[in-house]
Design a protein around this ligand. Structure first.
Ligand code: ADP
Length: 398
């Protein structure tokens, strides 16, 4: 079975074609600048075919999907001979609200429910829906599955997902913590249990997804019990450009003082805050580490804040679960930033967390970075959301 995994953004579309016989990626690529002009980078990973990397016209997502299918099946760049070899499509969908606690086969009813979830993710869900419709238009009745970023977090108890505001806002409007990066937290936690050789049902795991956007998740006996992102992906840790947790009073103060409207304010909180805002240097942790080494105090402060917040959240989840067996680091910063991992783990020496410095210096592989004696195990596990999407699609369609 061959599954096409699609992650559609507002002007981009990432894809992978995965052969489920061996779970190997046959080809992957990225359409960019959809609706502006258009660019496609397509990389075949089997058959020794060349990479295609050119500007092409992509007025809408339909042309993007058509271009992807064209490249996947072309004699020069292709990895399959015809579209018929693609058995199913798995779509990443950001927000499933309270309706979707697991992945589902897409039909008219699901499409209507996705539309209903759109107010919760006004930037992301419309792009995901457009991607699904474009696939339908180009690929006809190939079965399709939606895999939600929020679904894994639907097991959180009320005490973790409720905000302490009038209950009506939850009941009438669905205002609550939803959490994001669920597909990633699910993948790395189940991989961690595999690596530990123990059933996930007997483990307490804390997973730290640290990329441009970062979230931490408490996974008790295989189920998410808390996570740091909330109603939107803006909160929790300070991130590349997002502010993380913030006193709502600050918003009122700044808006009043500088005569800003809410869109201008949110633009600052989403795009100009986080470690970029504090440092004034960059949202990229490599730039920050370099600047801090060269004596830039604000870059050092931004890094310290990120480490401190991460440790505080991990600590609170140890309290929430009354213990922890394993801590996982994943995504760009989690997988590559050994200083970040060391700085976070330093806070848990009293629990018997002990890092193996040599293992902590390796990258690009599933690896235990704690010493054999460490009471709590620490892992780096490169995330693989596409594989989860493909596996779910296979399980539902297969
Ligand atoms: P996204 O959230 O967009 O998927 P990624 O998971 O790809 O992001 O993470 C991107 C971030 O990873 C970059 O902004 C950068 O800060 C960080 N990163 C990548 N490589 C390194 C490295 N070697 N050391 C520290 N941070 C790194």
């Amino acid at each position: 079975m061959k599954i096409l995994v699609i992650n559609a953004g507002s002007s981009s579309l990432k894809y992978q074609l995965i052969d489920m016989e061996n779970e190997k990626v046959m080809a992957k690529g990225l359409c960019e600048r959809i609706g502006i002009d258009g660019h496609l980078k397509h990389s075949p990973l089997v058959g020794g075919k060349p990479v295609f990397d050119e500007d092409i016209s992509l007025p809408t997502h339909s042309e993007a999907i058509a271009a992807v299918i064209d490249k996947l099946t072309s004699p020069e760049y292709g990895v399959v001979t015809s579209m018929k070899e693609i058995d199913a499509v798995g779509h990443r969908v950001v927000h499933g609200g309270e309706k979707f606690a697991c992945s589902v086969k897409i039909d008219d009813e699901v499409m209507a429910a996705l539309e209903e979830c759109t107010p919760f993710a006004p930037l992301h869900n419309p792009a995901n829906i457009t991607g699904i419709n474009a696939c339908k238009a180009v690929m006809g009745d190939v079965p399709m599955v939606a895999v939600f970023d929020t679904a894994f977090h639907q097991t959180m108890p009320g005490k973790a997902y409720m905000y302490a505001i009038p209950y009506e806002y939850y009941k009438n409007d669905g205002i609550r913590r939803y959490g994001f990066h669920g597909t990633s937290h699910r993948y790395v936690s189940s991989r961690c249990a595999e690596l530990m050789g123990r059933p996930i049902e007997e483990l307490k795991i804390i997973s730290c997804h640290m990329g441009n956007g970062s979230s931490i998740c408490a996974i008790d006996h295989g189920k998410c019990v808390d996570t740091s992102m909330g109603f939107t992906p803006l909160v929790g840790l300070p991130m590349g450009t997002r502010c993380g947790d913030l006193d709502a009073g600050v918003i009122q103060f700044i808006m009043n003082k500088y005569g800003m409207n809410i869109d201008e304010m949110l633009n600052i909180l989403n795009k100009k805050s986080g470690v970029l805002g504090v440092s004034g240097v960059s949202s990229d942790f490599r730039d920050l580490e370099k600047a801090a080494e060269e004596g830039n105090e604000r870059a050092a402060l931004a890094l310290e804040m990120f480490h401190y917040w991460s440790a505080k959240v991990v600590g609170s989840y140890i309290a929430a679960m009354n213990g922890v067996d394993a801590i996982i680091f994943t995504a760009g910063v989690g997988e590559n930033g050994k200083e970040t991992r060391a700085a976070v783990c330093e806070h848990f020496g009293y629990l018997g967390v002990e890092l193996d410095e040599e293992a902590n210096s390796k990258r690009g592989q599933d690896i235990m970075i704690s010493t054999p004696e460490s009471k709590v195990k620490v892992f780096v596990i490169p995330t693989n959301e596409e594989l989860v999407i493909a596996r779910d699609t296979k399980a539902i369609v297969g």
